[in-house]
Design a protein around this ligand. Structure first.
Ligand code: ATP
Length: 237
């Protein structure tokens, strides 16, 4: 589904990614794990076509066998890429429902199946309860639900998610895990940046360990479980 070959990225002279090559197969949940500054966010921005605003890139990115390396972000979204950035990006003065309906819902000519609002509220009952509340009044967990719902509503086939559990209470962390498994069961593939190794081990099928802009290891679910303590120590958590 996603094939990255020899991807490098720079911020001016500083190189942030070094010849990253990796694959994501349909229906997988894959995590990118690594210390702060390892290049996880840069990699997701490159996939979404957002790195051009910061610097140069080399290498190729294929989605469903199509080379999307030169496509702008909106064209990648039309092909089924959905991105939940780490800064969330909620419109503070708009209600939950306005935040949800503001984003364009892509047409199914592209093979996407946008979610109707009813399906969003079924999956995210917290948001249904708070549909009239302004974005500024939402807790961190509710904000994360809202951005996730907004991207899923657009019909993402490959969901890129940057640290969705960061700063959330255990209740919301658990719920995010359930939602990711639900959307996977409904046909969406997930590539997750995650520092919470325990969460990553519970939710993902495979993991890539990034260090200083390189992929240093590809780990199975069992390998991450066996090495959880060692990884936590390595990540400095
Ligand atoms: P974190 O968990 O802290 O977000 P990360 O693994 O996502 O870390 P990136 O944010 O991708 O790492 O950063 C990779 C490298 O690129 C780091 O050395 C970082 O300092 C640098 N970098 C990131 N954003 C910028 C920027 N806007 N300008 C210059 N350098 C940047």
């Amino acid at each position: 589904m996603l094939r990255i070959d020899g991807l490098s990225a720079w911020y001016g002279e500083a190189q942030a990614l070094r010849e990253v090559s990796m694959r994501v197969e349909p229906g997988e949940i894959v995590t990118l794990v690594g210390r702060n500054g390892a290049g996880k966010t840069t990699l997701q921005r490159c996939l979404m076509g957002l790195h051009a605003a910061y610097g140069g890139t080399e290498g190729t990115i294929e989605l469903f066998g199509e080379d999307i390396t030169r496509l702008p972000p909106h064209a990648r979204a039309r092909r089924g890429l959905g991105y939940v950035p780490d800064d969330r990006g909620i419109f503070a003065t708009l209600s939950v429902e306005e935040n949800l309906t503001l984003a364009p819902v892509l047409r199914s000519a592209d093979g996407l199946e946008p979610w109707p609002l009813e399906r969003v509220y079924e999956t995210f009952p917290h948001l249904a309860e708070r549909r009239r509340a302004p974005g500024s009044t939402l807790s961190g967990g509710e904000q994360q639900m809202l951005v996730l719902a907004r991207v899923l509503r657009m019909g993402a086939r490959l969901l890129l998610c940057d640290e969705p559990t960061e700063g959330l209470s255990p209740l919301f962390v658990r719920r995010i895990g359930e939602i990711l498994r639900e959307v996977r069961a409904a046909g969406t593939t997930v590539l997750l940046v995650e520092q919470n190794v325990h969460f990553a081990a519970a939710v993902a099928d495979r993991h890539y360990l990034l260090a200083e802009g390189r992929i240093v290891e590809s780990l199975s679910r069992d390998q991450v479980r066996e090495r959880e303590h060692q990884l936590l120590e390595y990540l400095g958590i």
